[in-house]
Write a protein that binds this ligand. Structure first.
Ligand SMILES: *[C@@H]1O[C@H](CO)[C@@H](O)[C@H](O)[C@H]1NC(C)=O
Length: 468
C-alpha cells in the first residue's frame, strides 16, 4: 500500500517535472532481420552465406531461428539472441531459397549520434510506438540534454558518439528495454561488451540530467555542436522568393516562422497540443510540418547585439511553395492575438518566405527607436573621429584598411572612453529607453572596454540582414 502511494506521488512529480522534454528515438538498427542491413536488401535464406565485415565490430540482435550455409563472423562482435532465436547450418539447398548467394551485412560504423536524420522525436513513448512523431529543427532533432533517448526495445545498433565535447549529457537512455537514469549504472553498461559494441567514438553519453523544469520550455543546448549536426545535412536550394532561416536549423527553408513572446504561465507543451488539435488535424494542413521550440534569439538594438531573449519559434514548412504554411501562420498568429492572453502569450508575429509577414506595432516602435538610436551613435562616432582627426590623434586611414577600423583601430588607438568631448544626451538619460533595461547594465554593451560588440553597420556586411 505504502509503495503504491509512493509511486503515485513520484508519477505526479514526474508529470510536473517533464514539462517539455521529448523522447528521441534512434532510427537505424543492426538487427539481423532488418533487410535494409543486408547488401541485397534481403535477409539471408538457408542457401546463402551470411557474411559480417571482418574488421568491424558489431552487435546484432537476432529475433528468430535462421538457416544458413555458412556464417562468417567479424573479429569482434556479438549476437543478442531473442529466446528461440539462433542459427542452424543447412547442407544443400532448399528449393524455396534459390541457388544461394553471399549476403553481406552492412557497415554501420559511420552512423553518427549528431546526424539529425537518424532520430525520431515524440512527446511520449506511446507516440514513439504509434509513429506519432514531431518535426523539429535540425539541432533539436538530435537529443537535447533534457531528453529521454530511446533505442527500440528489440534491436541492436552501433553509433559514433564523437564530438568536440568529452560528454553528451542526456536525461536517460533506454537500451533493449532497460532504462538507465543513473550514471553509475549506465557507465557500467557502457563498459560492458554490448555497451562497447553499440557506442563508439570520442564522447561519452552520460545520463542523469534533470528534465526540463521550465513549463515554457528549455533551450535544447545543442548549438555547441551545430557544426557537427549541420555537417551531416545536405541542404537543397529553396525555391521561394525569400527563404527563411529558422534558429537551430541548418538550411534555409520555404514556409513561415511564427514568433511567440510570452510571460509567466505559458506552457509550451500545452500550446503545442493546442496547435496540433486546432490546426494540424485539418485536412488542408495534412502536408504541413510544424516544429515548435524555445530559442534564444540575439536581440539587436541599433544593430548592436546586446542580449538574447527567449521566445518560442514555430517553424511551419509545406512542400515547395509554402502557401499553406503561410495561411497556417496567419491562423496561428490570429489565435495567439485573440486567445493568447489566457495562455500567457504577449506577442505573436510571423514571417513568410513569400515576403509577407504580420504587422506588429510593438516591434515597429522598437524599430523606430532603434533606428534613431543607431543614427545618433553613428553621428557621435563620426563626430568623435572627426574631432580626433582634427587634433591629429588619429590619422585618416587609407581606404583598404577601413575594415580594420571597426575591430581594432577605434578602441585600440583611442584607448579611452568614446564619449570624450561629445556630450550625447542619450547616454545621460537611461530612463528615456524604458524598454531596454539591460542596456546600461555595464556588461552588455561596453563601448569603452571592447570594440567587439560595437558593430557599425556601415562597415559590417554581416549585420545588414536585419530585415531579411
Ligand atoms: C530497418 O532499418 C531501417 C533503417 O535503418 C529503419 O528505418 C526501419 O525501421 C527498420 N525496420 C524495422 C522493421 O525495424
Amino acid at each position: 500500500m505504502g509503495a503504491i502511494l509512493h509511486t503515485d506521488v513520484l508519477l505526479l512529480l514526474c508529470l510536473i517535472g517533464a514539462a517539455s522534454a521529448l523522447y528521441k528515438q534512434w532510427i537505424p538498427d543492426t538487427n539481423y532481420e532488418n533487410k535494409t542491413n543486408w547488401d541485397k536488401q534481403a535477409v539471408p535464406c538457408s542457401s546463402d552465406i551470411a557474411e559480417f565485415p571482418a574488421q568491424r565490430k558489431v552487435s546484432v540482435f537476432v529475433e528468430s531461428m535462421h538457416g544458413v550455409q555458412e556464417l562468417r563472423l567479424p573479429v569482434d562482435g556479438e549476437f543478442i539472441l531473442n529466446s528461440g532465436a539462433g542459427f542452424y547450418v543447412v547442407s544443400g539447398q532448399e528449393p524455396s531459397c534459390g541457388a544461394g548467394v553471399t549476403a553481406k551485412f552492412k557497415d554501420s560504423e559511420s552512423l553518427q549520434w549528431f546526424n539529425p536524420a537518424l532520430w525520431h522525436a515524440a512527446v511520449t513513448s506511446d507516440d514513439l510506438q504509434s509513429g506519432n512523431f514531431l518535426f523539429s529543427v535540425h539541432e533539436e532533432s538530435v537529443p537535447c540534454r533534457y531528453d529521454d533517448v530511446v533505442f527500440r526495445a528489440r534491436s541492436s545498433f552501433r553509433m559514433d558518439t564523437s564530438s568536440g565535447q568529452s560528454t553528451i549529457p542526456v536525461k536517460s537512455v533506454s537500451v533493449l528495454g532497460k532504462t538507465f537514469e543513473s550514471q553509475s549504472e549506465f557507465s557500467q553498461f557502457l563498459s560492458s561488451g554490448s555497451g562497447r559494441l553499440q557506442f563508439h567514438g570520442s564522447s561519452a553519453v552520460t545520463v542523469g540530467e534533470p528534465g526540463c523544469q521550465d513549463p515554457s520550455g528549455c533551450d535544447c543546448g545543442n548549438s555547441a555542436n551545430s557544426h557537427l549536426i549541420c555537417g551531416t545535412v545536405t541542404c537543397g536550394s529553396p525555391g521561394c522568393k525569400r527563404p527563411l532561416h529558422p534558429v537551430g536549423h541548418c538550411c534555409q527553408v520555404c514556409g513561415a516562422i511564427v514568433t511567440i513572446r510570452y510571460e509567466a504561465g505559458f506552457n509550451l507543451q500545452n500550446y503545442r497540443q493546442r496547435i496540433h488539435h486546432l490546426f494540424l488535424t485539418q485536412p488542408k494542413y495534412k502536408s504541413i510540418q510544424l516544429g515548435m521550440s524555445k530559442v534564444f534569439k540575439a536581440q539587436r538594438f541599433a544593430f548592436i547585439p546586446f542580449s538574447a531573449s527567449p521566445e518560442v519559434q514555430v517553424v511551419i514548412l509545406d512542400g515547395e511553395k509554402g502557401e499553406q504554411a503561410e495561411s497556417l501562420a496567419r491562423e496561428v498568429v490570429t489565435d495567439a492575438r485573440t486567445q493568447g492572453s489566457n495562455m500567457g502569450i504577449t506577442e505573436a508575429e510571423f514571417q513568410a518566405s513569400s515576403g509577407s509577414g504580420s504587422d506588429n506595432t510593438g516591434s515597429d516602435a522598437g524599430m523606430v527607436v532603434g533606428i534613431v538610436f543607431g543614427v545618433l551613435i553613428t553621428i557621435a562616432l563620426v563626430a568623435v573621429v572627426a574631432l580626433l582627426i582634427r587634433k591629429g590623434v588619429v590619422r585618416l586611414p587609407s581606404m583598404p584598411s577601413l575594415g580594420r577600423l571597426k575591430t581594432n583601430s577605434i578602441v585600440g588607438e583611442l584607448g579611452g572612453p568614446l564619449d570624450l568631448g561629445f556630450d550625447n544626451p542619450m547616454f545621460d538619460k537611461p530612463t528615456m529607453l524604458p524598454d531596454v533595461p539591460s542596456l546600461y547594465g555595464g556588461d552588455t554593451i561596453s563601448m569603452t572596454r571592447t570594440g567587439v560588440h560595437f558593430v557599425n553597420p556601415v562597415y559590417d556586411e554581416h549585420e545588414t540582414d536585419f530585415n531579411a
